[in-house]
Ligand binder design. Structure first.
Ligand SMILES: [Zn+2]
Length: 265
């Protein structure tokens, strides 16, 4: 990793690259919420880094507050609450604070309208918070963009959500999340659980890489964790498992998520 650099992680829909059993078929019984227990086969290379301080301010796309009478926003808020509950167990005030909660436009705050294709532009466009964009079919939210080249999309087919970090001197100082509401959760497209998806992406924002390496296909995770095809059951059941199936819910942190996040904060 460069001293100052950008890296992206993609979550892709489970296609045919991963031969593991269906995740979540057997629920974790959590026995450790607050201790750092980093498995040797995941290692510190399964972390992207850490923020200097929590909670991390986040700004949600105003569209989340408007669409479906705010139903999506309620769902997304649930994932913030789950991470905040973890932070509380660690004696911290919270993991994330939503600075435009309520109306989506508190104190004039909203995410900027960008036409760029590179997600790095999104990360750097909000300097005091992490922006969470709804990528959709039309308007400035449009997934397909001229700036991405012919038939190009900012979120390629199969990518449900993507996190990008700004890293300076080994510390995470900025990030952005793009959620795909064009290829998923749109009319005629596959439904996926928004809360599970954002819970995963917020895990990336905090500095977690995937619980296992699924990069035989579209998942660019760069983690030192083992390949998902040979990963332990706990890694497959984790929120940070790189694949989310249609209609699957993964709204609670798994044992492996607790074991690792407690090593970062
Ligand atoms: Zn991911």
């Amino acid at each position: 990793m460069l001293a100052k650099g950008l890296a992206s992680v993609a979550c892709v829909f489970l296609l045919f690259s991963c031969s593991v059993r269906a995740p979540g078929s057997k629920k974790d019984r959590i026995v450790n919420f607050t201790q750092c227990i980093l498995p040797a086969d995941q290692g510190k290379g399964s972390f992207q880094g850490a923020w200097a301080a929590l909670p991390i301010p986040v700004v949600f796309d105003r569209d989340f507050y408007v669409a479906d009478n705010g139903e999506i926003m309620n769902s997304l808020r649930g994932s913030v609450t789950t991470w905040n509950t973890w932070a509380g167990l660690r004696g911290m005030r919270g993991a994330f604070s939503i600075i435009n909660d309520g109306t989506g436009n508190t104190s004039g705050r909203d995410i900027p309208e960008l036409t760029d294709c590179a997600q790095a532009s999104y990360s750097s466009s909000v300097t005091d918070a992490v922006g969470i964009w709804k990528i959709a079919t039309s308007g400035f939210h449009k997934n397909q963009r001229d700036s991405c080249g012919t038939n190009g999309k900012i979120l390629p087919d199969g990518v449900q959500g993507q996190t990008d970090w700004i890293i300076v001197g080994g510390k995470i100082v900025g990030a952005s999340i793009l959620l795909n509401f064009e290829g998923f959760n749109a009319p005629g497209k596959q439904p996926i659980d928004s809360e599970s998806l954002l819970l995963h992406e917020l895990g990336h924002v905090l500095g977690l890489l995937h619980s296992c390496n699924g990069s035989s296909g579209d998942s660019i995770d760069g983690t030192t964790a083992p390949h998902c095809g040979v990963a332990r059951e706990q890694y497959v059941d984790a929120v940070m498992f790189p694949f989310l199936e249609v209609s699957q819910n993964r709204r609670n942190l798994g044992q492996n998520d607790y074991n690792r996040i407690n090593c970062i904060y």
